[in-house]
Design a protein around this ligand. Sequence first.
Ligand SMILES: Cc1ncc(COP(=O)(O)O)c(C=O)c1O
Length: 410
Amino acid sequence: MQDWRWPTYRPRNITLERVVHEGTDPNRGAVRIQATDGKQYLDAVGGIGCLPLGHSPKRWVDAMTEQMNTVMIAAGPFWTEVNLALAKRIVDLAPVKDGRIFFGNTGTEVTEASIKVALKATGRDVVIGFEKAFHGRSLGSLSMTANPKYRSPFLSTPGDDIQRFAHMNVVRATYGDLGSVEKLFAEYGERVAMVSLEPVQGEGGINPATREFLVGLHGMCRKHGALLALDEIQAGSGRTGDFSAWTTLVGDDPELYPDIIWWAKALGGGFPVAAVVARGDIAESMQPGTHGSTFGGNPLACRASMVTLDIMEDDDLFTRAGKQLATLQGIASAKPISAVREVRGLGAMLGIDFGDADLVSKLVGATAEQGLLVTASGGTAIRWLFPYWADETILGEAWDKLGKAVAAVT
Ligand SMILES: Cc1ncc(COP(=O)(O)O)c(C=O)c1O
């Protein structure tokens, strides 16, 4: 098929046409999708973690239709009830003290917002990131923006002719290794604005952080006056068993709360919604004009998120998501696939590691042949991001298809 898009994605040669609903539960979306050739797939991709309810549950579609017929778009300075209600709801759910929210549309957009607010609030210029981290792909849109009103608060030297993207330098530590972070603090100390990480690395191989590592980072950040910032774009919004993956891993202790957390993907139930919550005093460092987003927090997006959270609450979906890893591990030990090295993750963030990148790249196509859509993660793992309600039946069916795909390519 002729493809006029940039070659930024490796095409799968599958044209998805329509979702396949099973049953009539208005809260439950579809987990199967049909291609133009009539072949049906069990969908473990879900737009890469964007479908916590499945595709197009009736209650979600009805809410969106109603919202489109009331008010769909409102620019940032205007209030709408749904925007204010969602802001309060997410701030209440977020393990961040005295939180204040900024709405965007995509993951990278709220990652950028978190960088800006951290640099602005601290007046520092170094960010500690981690090996295997993934935070998005945008690059310096602010550098290209001409108006100094927007740009100058983030330049290293106000009035500087060399318009670098903010004045941000990233140094990288080893995920899980507190000593490697301490070393960077010893070198950059007072310059470190924030330590930023995914509580479960999504693109890097489905690697959950330990409680000890996260609590250790919290203590180090407090000691050095740096902010602790969490990218929960993939792991958050209920996927690990709580709204925030931080809560799943660390517990709900306000004395240990991080300073900034951001979410996207599952937050809108399939519609682009992203949000970043920063501690009140950090958020207060921003003023009118220091940040913005034309579509961020639009009423339609906010309604998508509200009805998604309503359904999650009514159907206890955080709890159900939280059980998926144990269910899959049970299936894996009852019916082992010999090539599998490890089944790991947290809640409904599932990684099946084969320790073999060649095999995994073959399996992405071979599973599709068996009627299962998956993505790879970290080179050697297959990633499943099913709807939160996916149970033993769905996971068992997927495991059987994976087993057949492995047999076909080995
Ligand atoms: C942890 C994490 N951060 C950031 C992003 C980027 O999000 P987006 O593609 O919506 O910009 C992703 C996307 O996969 C992600 O998993």
